[in-house]
Ligand binder design. Structure first.
Ligand SMILES: Cc1ncc(C[n+]2csc(CCOP(=O)(O)OP(=O)(O)O)c2C)c(N)n1
Ligand code: SF4
Length: 284
């Protein structure tokens, strides 16, 4: 069986026909398969939402946590068993809303993981309320008078915090998306990929066509190591939306700040169950 086939799940999805999630799943499987990463060599952490159901629809080790809380267990896994690749995947509501605080401190820590954010500019699973990236004044079922806050710009935020890898891609360009996911998986350190995707059921403004008319690829000679240029390009939104690796730099990885992990990862260390039992008694 090919690596690609190994990832194919057999459960029917509850995703709407035309949802960007299908293209993102396809690109992810292709990226993993081209990098020869088998399902047994990777763990996926998600929160709650349509995007966060990804591990239900792939054959992969998965941890489906609380809304916005995918990053903390993922960082724990990186420390406990860095032999396994780590993918965090969720919607923009989950990541930039409920999980915003974790995102901020995660960037400071720089754990070695790829973070794929399905950005459909609405809370999809709960039927289309405004999310942190919804445009101001857009009306939704819950906000008929329009959204009363300015949208969060995840790319500008991550570049300003000097995250080690910041990219944007688009579910309507699966070749670009596959290449970007591969680069994120190969990047040593935290890699954020904001993926624009339509929500055909609840976002009637930012449709596939809306994105197609605006999205363009960064020039071949674009230098992602140039901080000031990256910050400027991160502001581009509206008539023209750049996709590609917007910012990149090499930084100390979180795990490397713990010299005690040098000899062996936690999973390989002897474990004194008696001591643990004593500790648990304290919590009774
Ligand atoms: C703390 C908390 N708040 C709200 C909810 C309800 N809730 C579940 S999924 C969801 C929206 C998910 O939207 P997003 O993360 O953008 O993903 P999508 O469904 O669009 O893929 C919300 C608000 C929850 N489960 N927990
Ligand atoms: S509601 Fe939107 S995000 Fe959810 S499956 Fe349907 S199209 Fe996708």
């Amino acid at each position: 069986m090919s690596i690609k086939e190994l990832y194919q799940g057999d459960k029917e999805t509850a995703w709407c026909p035309g949802c960007g999630n299908f293209a993102i799943r396809k690109s992810l499987i292709e990226a993993l398969s081209e990098l020869e990463i088998k399902p047994t060599e990777v763990v996926m952490f998600t929160g709650i939402g349509q995007a966060a159901k990804m591990p239900h629809h792939l054959r992969i080790n998965g941890f489906n946590g609380l809304h916005g809380r995918a990053l903390p267990p993922a960082i724990g896994q990186r420390i406990a068993n860095p032999e396994l690749k780590t993918i965090v995947e969720s919607g923009e509501g989950d990541t930039y809303g409920e999980g915003g605080n974790h995102l901020l401190h995660n960037i400071r820590r720089n754990p070695d993981l790829a973070h794929l954010v399905h950005n459909n500019q609405v809370y999809g699973l709960t039927k289309g309320q405004a999310s942190p990236t919804s445009e101001a004044d857009t009306s939704t079922l819950i906000q008929p008078q329009g959204v009363t806050a300015e949208p969060f710009n995840p790319i500008k935020f991550a570049v300003a915090m000097e995250a080690s890898f910041v990219a944007r891609s688009f579910s309507g360009d699966t070749e670009h998306l596959k290449k970007t996911i591969k680069a994120a998986l190969e990047h040593p350190g935290y890699a954020l990929v904001d993926i624009l995707q339509p929500c055909v059921s609840f976002n009637k403004v930012n449709t596939l066509q809306w994105y197609q008319e605006r999205v363009y690829q960064l020039e071949d000679d674009y230098d992602p190591y140039d901080y000031s240029t990256a910050l400027k390009r991160a502001e581009e939104w509206g008539a023209k939306i750049p996709i590609g690796i917007i910012y990149k730099q090499e930084k100390t990885i979180f795990k490397d700040r713990f010299p005690q992990l040098d000899e062996a990862p936690l999973v390989e260390k002897d474990f004194d169950t008696e001591k643990l039992e004593d500790l648990l008694v304290d919590f009774e």
